[in-house]
Design a protein around this ligand. Structure first.
Ligand code: SF4
Ligand code: SF4
Length: 79
C-alpha cells in the first residue's frame, strides 16, 4: 500500500474542515492548536502513518492549500 504525506499551506487555508471530514482514514484533525495568519484554525496532519496518498484532501480543498505526496521506497543499490 502506498504511503502518503501532505503539506498544508497555512497562507491559503480557511479552516473549512472539508479535508478533515472527507479523509476516509482519519489522518487530518480539526481543531488543531494553531491558527493561520488570517486567524483560521489550522488542520493538523495528525495520523501520517495512516495516509495512503489517495489525494482526496488535495482535490477537495477549495483553496488549493493541500499538496499530497506519494512516498516511494528507495531502490537498493546495485552491487
Ligand atoms: S479543506 Fe483546505 S481550506 Fe479547508 S481546512 Fe482543509 S486545508 Fe484548510
Ligand atoms: S491523501 Fe488521502 S489518506 Fe492522505 S490525508 Fe489526504 S485524504 Fe487522507
Amino acid at each position: 500500500m502506498p504511503k502518503g504525506e501532505i503539506s498544508i499551506d497555512e497562507r491559503f487555508c480557511k479552516g473549512c474542515s472539508l479535508c478533515s471530514h472527507f479523509c476516509t482514514r482519519g489522518c487530518i484533525t480539526i481543531p488543531g492548536d494553531r491558527f493561520t495568519p488570517q486567524g483560521y484554525l489550522l488542520p493538523v496532519f495528525s495520523s501520517p502513518e495512516k495516509c495512503n496518498a489517495c489525494g482526496i484532501c488535495g482535490w477537495l480543498c477549495p483553496h488549493f492549500a493541500i499538496e499530497v505526496y506519494k512516498l516511494t521506497e528507495k531502490e537498493p543499490a546495485a552491487k
